[in-house]
Design a protein around this ligand. Structure first.
Ligand code: GUN
Length: 304
């Protein structure tokens, strides 16, 4: 039997620890604050930001939700970032992605004070992470490490194969695994004979953004699978490819007209010794780690 790694429970434990730290800081007159910038109206982004702001409230952090219109210019956004960099009540700045086409996301992310870059997207933080210096690490990859550690899955000496090389997940996940002494292989869309490499993985991290991409033939029996993917499927054909005969999913699909599948085919999980489900695996960790990063930024900025 494969063990299900319960991301919701792990995230709850982390959030409880963060809330405790917030109480300790409150006794010193410090209240960590997060600015959550939501541009325009992207439904998924609205849901994420609402959840981030709500979690701040739950844990005792201050938050400021800022909502520029989708016609905002790069210059206007740069002014906003400069103002947030200067605000003493703001320790973390989160600009929810994606941004409208006319906004230069790179210029903007580079303008965030690295000390307030709780997403860990700034090149200074990417460089610090690579150099093994204390850094604000991107939340989702940091969450992957927390899941492994808190589930007592040995990382040191393990062969970790990361499929996907994005700046937000794949690359930083590989770096964090390397710092935990894994032997790390990064694969991507141009990798030759991908299954021969993924089959070597003791820890397989799927972060490609393609529904059910990792199939059973690509998995070594007994591996730990971490599925970072969140893909919405809406057609009956796709549904049947992943969830034929799954009554619970059938009910969700009938009710909502869609369901979520990760980057791993559900059949591939059956070979794993442990795996993160989708939903309820890596997803909940992203917000928990954002809260942890905001508290960390608040402390670092005050030299604590
Ligand atoms: N959009 C999707 N995931 C993320 C994330 O982790 N951070 C930000 N800022 N935007 C996102």
């Amino acid at each position: 039997m494969s063990k299900v790694l319960d991301g919701t429970a792990i995230a709850a434990a982390i959030k409880q620890e963060v809330a405790e730290e917030v109480r300790t800081l409150a006794a010193k007159g410090i209240r960590p604050g997060l600015a959550a910038v939501l541009v325009g109206s992207v439904p998924a982004s609205e849901i994420y930001v609402r959840s981030k702001v709500q979690t701040c409230a739950d844990l005792g952090l201050f938050s400021d939700r800022i909502t520029p219109p989708d016609t905002v210019t790069t210059e206007e956004m740069l002014d906003l970032v400069a103002a947030l960099n200067a605000r003493d009540d703001i320790d973390g700045i989160l600009i929810q992605l994606p941004l409208p086409k006319q906004v230069d996301a790179k210029v903007l992310l580079d303008a965030i004070d690295p000390a307030k870059d709780v997403d860990g997207f700034h090149p200074v933080n990417a460089g610090r992470l690579q150099a093994g210096r204390p850094a604000l690490a991107p939340c989702t990859p940091a969450g992957v490490i927390e899941i492994l550690k808190r589930s007592q899955i040995p990382i040191s000496g393990a062969h970790a194969v990361v499929v996907g090389r994005s700046d937000i997940v794949g690359k930083p996940a590989a770096m964090l695994l390397l710092h935990e002494n894994a032997t790390v292989t990064i694969c991507h869309s141009k990798t030759r004979d991908l299954p021969s490499i993924t089959r070597q993985a003791d820890i397989l991290v799927a972060a490609i953004g393609r529904p059910g991409f990792i199939t059973p033939e690509m998995v070594k029996p007994g591996a730990t699978i971490i599925d970072v993917g969140i893909n919405r499927i809406t057609t009956r054909e796709e549904f049947d490819r992943f969830f034929a005969g799954n009554e619970k999913r059938e009910a969700t699909f009938a009710k909502r007209g869609s369901t979520i599948v990760g980057d791993v085919h559900p059949k591939a999980f059956e070979l794993a010794s442990a795996y993160t489900p989708v939903p309820g695996g890596v997803g909940p960790l992203t917000i928990a780690m954002l809260m942890a990063n905001t508290v960390r930024a608040a402390k670092m900025r005050r030299g604590l």
